[in-house]
Design a binder for this molecule. Sequence first.
Ligand code: FAD
Ligand code: NAD
Ligand code: ISD
Length: 446
Amino acid sequence: LETNKRSQKPIKIIKKKNMGRAFVYVILGGGVAAGYAALEFVNRGLSIGELCIISQEPVAPYERPALSKGFLLPEAPARLPSFHTCVGANEERLTPKWYKEHGIELILGTAVKSADVKRKTLLTATGETISYKILIVATGARALKLEEFGVTGSDAENVCYLRDIADANRLVDAIQSSPGGNAVVIGGGYIGMECAASLVINKINVTMVFPEEHCMARLLTSKIASYYEEYYKSKGVDFIKGTVLSSFDFDSDGKVTAVNLRDGRKISVDMVVVGIGIRPNTGLFEGQLTLEKGGIKVNGKLQSSNSSVYAIGDVAAFPVKIFGETRRLEHVDAARKSARHAVAAIMDVDKTDEFDYLPFFYSRVFTLSWQFYGDNAGEVVYYGDMSGGGTTFGAYWVSKGHLVGAFLEGGTKEEYEAIAKATRLRPEIEDLGELERQGLGFAVTT
Ligand code: FAD
Ligand code: NAD
Ligand code: ISD
């Protein structure tokens, strides 16, 4: 019993057991998008105690791209706290102290096991019920496992995936246990290409195996891909294309000693890196929110089919205005910008327009570096020097008479800005030959 302050009459307070904490805003997931959302909340005047971030990772949000690059370097590797968000966008580095100072509750090392969007509650693995007024889902994605393709053996200590800091530590251990050894990299996408380069830098012999005709098949044309494959070959990387892994051989300790390919080949290995794609972490919301393109469908304010729930980053399928369709993008710039836009929409709805995002992807391997903006649809026009060895070249994609995408390897900051601006403007292209003749100059003068 407690006393009502005004009437001084006794009142009965019923506290439900395990009721847990209540917040105005809860971010579910503690990756890239969560970090950028937190910064945006603070910049827009968040009050102490209003925001909670729940993450199953044991560390505060960090720049995940560092895991396949700086983290794997043999000399002076990047380690936390140096790459907490939001250093990747040249902003403040949000250390655990920063969250404390801003009154943001960081619940780390804690998975959310279920969500009830009608009751506006989340149940954590520790048994706590956390309630919210507004929920931002930033659960990202998980790496696909070989078992999902019928191959067993992912648990072996020298088979590595790469999604989070625990995976990255495991990969570093495998690299350090295989000096001068042999690695097979399964998958020719982003993880495969970036990890293969990092392994070579660590003086490990690499064979890449993937089912497509060329690497980075989701984004690159065979002509662009062959530039990178030739560069990798010059660094000693072997490519086995058009086939997949069928099984592993193990030693008596359960370590993988060889990979067997479907085309009959056997390759002896000291370690294996697997990068065969991801699945967005939507499981908690299936049957509760509308899903599309494998993610949580949101509108131009990043708001899901339940108006109290927003989704950002890899898990969100949002309308990409310049393409006039819904897409789910698995890249860091989209995570950062969708996070910021969602918070703007939550805190200042009247002044926030629909999210108008220009897709931006990039990678850095060895001394190479490329950026891509827009969409890789339609006809392709190449320019520049594709003879190899770190030259500058690029490509434009032209669809329905308009420039819709642009790629550039080895550009300057100003040149990357120029291709971004040109792609955003979607200029009409009447003559592909003329575009080819102008090359990078077209973007620079548009
Ligand atoms: P994540 O950063 O994956 O964060 C999701 C978080 O949610 C994680 O902390 C996860 O543990 C947590 N979580 C999930 N489910 C739960 C649950 N039930 N309970 C509690 N917590 C949960 N993109 C680029 O554009 N350029 C790059 O160079 C680049 N490099 C990359 C390198 C690597 C190794 C990887 C893995 C990705 C890279 N990406 C890159 C992609 C980029 O990192 C992602 O697009 C970005 O991290 C997405 O941010 P997110 O916040 O949506 O998801
Ligand atoms: P991905 O989608 O880029 O590539 C997956 C690759 O897996 C395909 O290219 C294919 O070669 C291969 N593959 C598919 N099924 C296979 C099978 N059964 N056997 C063998 N190979 C198979 O995915 P990823 O490389 O795993 O990257 C994971 C995520 O991390 C993606 O969302 C990616 O965007 C992100 N990432 C991005 C960057 C970047 O933007 N620079 C860098 C690293 C990771
Ligand atoms: O390699 C990277 C990358 O692309 C990032 O965004 O690391 C991060 C940050 O730059 C870490 O400093």
